[in-house]
Structures are given as C-alpha cells and as structure tokens.
Design a protein around this ligand. Structure first.
Ligand SMILES: [Zn+2]
Length: 453
C-alpha cells in the first residue's frame, strides 16, 4: 500500500460467524483453547530429544533445529507493514533462505511503521529495499526479492518453497495464492504440498491462520466471513445518533445532498471535508456527542482505517511463530485460526475454522445456486459479484455447450453481449451446470442452477 491508511473494502479482516466455528476438539472448555489443551502427541520428540526440554525459545540454540531452519526456503508475500515485521522475525529466528514479493514502491507515509525503509528509499521497490536491509543487518541470511505481482510467477517458482507467509492487504491476492497452492497440490508428490500462513490486520484487530491445502479450511472456505464495509442504519443517522460516526454520516449522506444538490463531494478536497466536519461537529454538540474531529471525518468519509504498527507486530509474531513450528515440528501448530483484538484491552481467541464442503477451491461438493428463471443473464452476473461466498469481479459464464457471457476476448464479448438481456432460463436448463471463471480466481467455479419455486 502506498498510504498510511488502508481502504476498508481491501482489508481481509474477518468477523467469525458462530455457526461455522468449532473450538478445538482438544479443548475441555467450550469457549477457549489454551496451550495446555493442545495434544502434544503431534510433536516429534525423537527428532530433537533433550533440545525440546529447553522449550521453544531455548531450543533456538539447538544445532539440529538451526539446521532445519537453514534448510527451509520461505516465501514472504508483501513487504509492507506486516511484511517488514515478518522478514525481520524470520531472519532473527534463524531462517537463512528467504524470498519476498511485493509490487509496491515506498511512500513517505509508510515510514512510520515499515521500519526497513528510510527517507532515501522513497520511490524504490519495497521488496528490493527490504531484502537489502535485512541482509545488511543479519549476516548469513539471503533474501531474494521480486518486484512485481504474485500472478507473474508460475508453479515452478512456488514449488521451491516449503512455507509461504502472506502479509497482504488485498483479498484478491490472498484468494489467488490460496487457490494456486490448493491447485498445485498433487497427493502423489509431496513436493507440491505447501504450507500457507496468512496474517492480516485492520486497525487494532488482526488474525493469523494456518492453511494446509486440502487438509484444513482454505481462504476461500471463509470468504463469506469477510466483513463488508460498516454501514449505519439510515434511521439512526437521521434521528438517533449515538456515535461521532453517526454525525459524520449524517453530514455526508443527508446534509451534503440537501445543501449542495447534485454536486458530488471530493474526498481529497480539504474544503469539502472541512464543511462536513463543521456540520457534523454542530450536530454532535446538539446531541451531546463527543469525538467528532477533522481526521475522523476524513476517515469516515473516505472509508479508511489507520494501519497500526503494534497490531502488525503482534500478528507478524504469531505468523513467524507458526513458521518456526511448521519448519521444525517442535510444537503443535495453530489449528487453525487466531483472532486478535486490541481495541479495548487485549483479547485473542483461537478456533478451528472448518472446511466448507462446497468450497469452490478445496471442496468436493459443487455449489447449487437457486435462481429465479426470469432473472436476466446480466442480473445473474451482478448477483454473483454481490454473493458473499463468491465475490467475483467480472465473471464469465458458460455451460458445457454454450458461451452464455464472456468478458474477454473482445470478439467473444461482443458475440455474447446480446445474451445479457435474455432470461437465464432461455440459455440454461434446471439442474444444468454453469462454469464460472473470473479474474479473481485462478480456478473455475462450478455452479449448479436450480430454479426457485
Ligand atoms: Zn476451501
């Protein structure tokens, strides 16, 4: 990211849904899993012997463990707030072969927390600068940077790593790497089995998870848990504001169009933001609400949340701890999701997110979509984009025999465009499968169409 703040919709923070959560089976308590509940039988004691008695930290001095770390090749995706922390931690833990991918360049606003960068580095590649910095500080570590997109790399590239850690702020990149690693897995070739550790932060909240392709739930299994941007009920905004945000929403959603008509506000124009701030502050005073500030107004209107260095540090530490355990099997690894909130006090919760049988990436069942037969193809495409467990950007649809609508190439798009206004029932039969492809996913999705009664 180029900015000190991240756009809300790009943030992969999840709010767990209680229906899909199951606490670890090792837990005697229904609510929480504590380290003592973890089954130590998974740990390979014979391998390290007496080194284990020194505990995880003490074992860092074990030559056998040091060798394990040296032999592992780790890929870090993202060299931003989380990535800087992750690279530093891995290097200091004793990993020697690191690779890092990032397509971004360094911005002034990154420097408060992305500590591998200096003012002189502004404009340069994050991956390149991070790699040189870590190598200059930690002798014996090799960090190979790649300044570009993860999609530029093929299976052969990803095959060389044992563990991949994501410190990303984009849902799309996570979906892509997750699907790629699941797709790569071949049960007859253990070399294709890559362990994925995913970290994410949003303000004071964060999560770390371990994804073992095909064995544990994958990123796509939980896609619908990813929260949509926070919105407030319009009646609360209009009548009963309780929070400073309600007053700001009132100023931008109701007052602005009332006063300015069709003129759109510009979130980068300080005059517009200031006007909304003044309105919101006056309304807040009427309702005896405190906390409306210029920067909060800007945050709410632009839908941004701050990036917080300490949250990055906590989540990166958790991710690297998992990398250390997965590389050595010195202790049981996270099964499989840890969430952290630091909004008011510190709270963490660990649970097992279950595999979704109809997950388009790792599931075995196909998804059935119940749709109105009178729906047009265009409406179906919009519906797929909105659907919380699909979230597709520009889906293309085809059946075994017909191209319903193809977004690309241009010739096909033009040829199939007349279908957009047709009823879906003119092109598809009840029970027929539609193959959906989308730029967001390297795999296609099979959708069984069932008419709504
Ligand atoms: Zn899945």
């Amino acid at each position: 990211m180029d900015s000190n703040c991240v756009k809300r919709q790009e943030v992969p923070m999840t709010i767990p849904d209680s229906k899909r959560l199951r606490t670890s089976s090792h837990s005697s308590n229904e609510e929480m899993t504590t380290p003592s509940d973890i089954d130590m039988s998974e740990v390979d004691e014979s391998k390290y012997g007496e080194d284990l008695e020194k505990g995880i930290i003490g074992a860092l001095n074990s030559p056998k463990i040091a060798k394990e770390l040296e032999e592992k090749k780790i890929l870090v995706i993202g060299a931003g707030g989380l990535g800087c922390e992750i690279l530093k931690n891995l290097a200091l833990t004793g990993f020697k072969q690191l690779h890092v991918i990032d397509m971004d360049t360094i911005d002034l606003s990154n420097l408060n927390r992305q500590f591998l960068f200096r003012k002189k580095d502004i404009g340069k590649s994050k991956a390149n600068v991070a790699a040189s910095f870590v190598m200059s500080r930690v002798p014996g570590v090799e960090v190979v940077p790649y300044f570009g997109k993860i999609q530029d790399k093929d299976e052969d590239y990803y095959k060389q790593f044992q563990i991949i850690i994501c410190g990303l702020d984009s849902v799309e990149a996570r979906r892509w790497i997750n699907a790629k690693l699941v797709e790569m897995y071949d049960e007859d070739d253990m070399e294709t089995w890559k362990l994925l550790i995913d970290g994410g932060t949003e303000g004071f909240k964060g999560q770390a998870r371990v994804i073992i392709p095909t064995m544990s739930s994958c990123y796509e299994c939980s896609l619908e848990l990813f929260s949509k941007p926070t919105t407030f009920p319009i009646c609360t905004i209009a009548n009963t504001p309780r929070l400073p945000e309600h007053c700001i929403e009132w100023a931008s959603v109701l007052e602005w169009p009332r006063v300015w008509g069709d003129k759109k506000y510009d979130t980068d124009n300080p005059d517009d933001i200031n006007w909304m701030y003044q309105q919101a502050a006056a309304r807040a005073a009427t309702f005896k609400i405190t906390g409306v500030t210029y920067s909060l107004t800007q945050g709410v209107v632009k839908n941004i949340i701050p990036a917080i260095a300490s949250t990055n540090a906590v989540i990166a530490a958790s991710c690297c701890n998992e990398a250390y355990k997965l590389a050595t099997f010195i202790a049981p690894y996270l099964n499989n999701y840890m969430m952290y909130t630091g909004n008011s006090g510190i709270y963490t919760y660990t649970f097992e997110l279950e595999k979704k049988p109809a997950c388009p990436v790792c599931g075995v069942e196909s998804t059935t979509a119940e749709v109105d037969p009178n729906m047009t193809v265009e409406e179906l495409i919009d519906w797929l984009a909105e659907k919380p467990d699909a979230q597709l950007k520009k889906p293309s649809l085809r059946t075994a025999s017909t191209s319903i609508y193809m977004q690309a190439p241009k010739v096909l798009e033009e040829a199939t465009r007349p279908n957009l206004s047709k009823k879906i029932s003119e092109l598809v039969d009840d029970g027929e499968y539609i193959t959906v492809t989308d730029a967001a996913l390297p795999v296609s999705l099979q959708l069984r169409i069932k008419w709504k009664a």
